[in-house]
Design a protein around this ligand. Sequence first.
Ligand code: SAM
Ligand code: SF4
Length: 471
Amino acid sequence: MKLPNLEEARKRNKIDYKTIDFKIDEKLKNKFNGKKFFIKTYGCQMNEHDSENIEALLTSIGFKKVSKYTDADLVLLNTCSIRENAHNKAFGMLGRLKHLKMDKKDLIIGLCGCMAQEASVIDEIMKDYKFVNFVFGTHNLYQLPEIIDEAIRTNKQQIEVFSREGDLVEGLPVIRTNNYKAYVNIIYGCDKFCTYCIVPYTRGSERSRRREDILKEIDELIKDGYKEVTLLGQNVNAYGKDLYEDYHMGELLEDIAKKDIPRIRFMTSHPWDFTDKMIEVIGKYPNIMPSVHLPVQSGSDRILKLMGRRYTKESYLELFNKIKKTVKGVTISTDIIVGFPGETEEDFLETLDLVNTCKYDNAFTFIFSARKGTPADKLKDNTTLKEKEDRLQRLNEVVNNYFLENNKKLEGKTLPVLVEGVSSKKNMYYGYSDTNKLINFTSKDKVSVGDIVNVKINSAKTWSLDGEKVK
Ligand code: SAM
Ligand code: SF4
């Protein structure tokens, strides 16, 4: 087994993949009737959506979902490897499952997702976690029914991990967790190779779905009454580049916007591939939500270069301002890493300066986490954890102030809200505005989940707003 290797991975040619249609093996249909499963999902929306496919695959072979892992015959961990704490959480859960299996000898335990694509994790599972019945990688998801069948029949540990991505699989069954908001994958993998990031190794190279498959899925969602679609990819802006000469993210967004779907979102956008065509389309169509996630990672040009991000503070700000100018009322959120190897106090102050300029509406902030085999793991790092934690805290104070300041400006305004649920308090509902703000509100008349209603904002908090439904 080998660790991720940048040089080797970079040399990967554009892979020649086909699109194949998924078919369930008839012999396995309902074979496990009466058995119960529990899935624990870690990480990003991509993993959440994979779990929606996994749930449907398990249901098609007869399993029923339960909400407590102690009640299950099969426990599956869909893992994330982006930072060390995600790793630790999954291994912690494996420890609890080991105990459970001592009392419940027939318990089947599986591990999938990004950690399953890491050679070092597989080594550890084969050596020290023999009670894990099966492991399958992100490229092997569609083989789950066969893998489980084999693991149960042979009682031998099954490891099914393609180190290279294969064909794209269309027509996987799906059980969506939300009846009004749906995730739609448009591109898999990532070819950006930011030096700190494990994703290009765990998710493979960029592969776009065929446009007709995406548009068909959206038509079906509209038919089923969905109100919002979120187009998913590690870098959605690269959509189509591997498939078409002249049909990329801007064109796809426009084709979807012409359909009768009230809300379209997309994530994540790498600033490098954000085209003028995209900005123009987002500004033009009211059903493309005015909310853009634009990860910056650092405000220091020196650190951005070391990170391999391919933009400077200045070119990022140019893009940021162009989006703000063209898309009326847009909110912009970001991701920031502090404590990248070699980050000095001056570099960190550049990040604070950028945050003070952009005044983000939301920001996900992280301390750099070294990932084995990535180039950043080999860089010298003299900053102590204490200093990094201190920077994170200072950064969080600044970003939080802007969340509140921006929210305060919405007091007295009326926002469209897609209702997601009823809160435990009487006559209280919650949902998200077009600009992706969490809104709690009261209503004198009946409101249903899935409605889009107007809410007048009465008071602002840092992470949410309170209001009342108006006509
Ligand atoms: N593809 C997206 C992009 O580049 O904009 C990001 C996807 S990644 C799942 C989400 C975020 O995790 C990144 O934007 C970055 O801030 C953070 N991240 C990735 N690798 C990290 C690492 N090794 N340590 C700390 N944070 C990391
Ligand atoms: Fe990771 Fe995003 Fe960079 Fe790809 S673009 S390597 S997913 S941070």
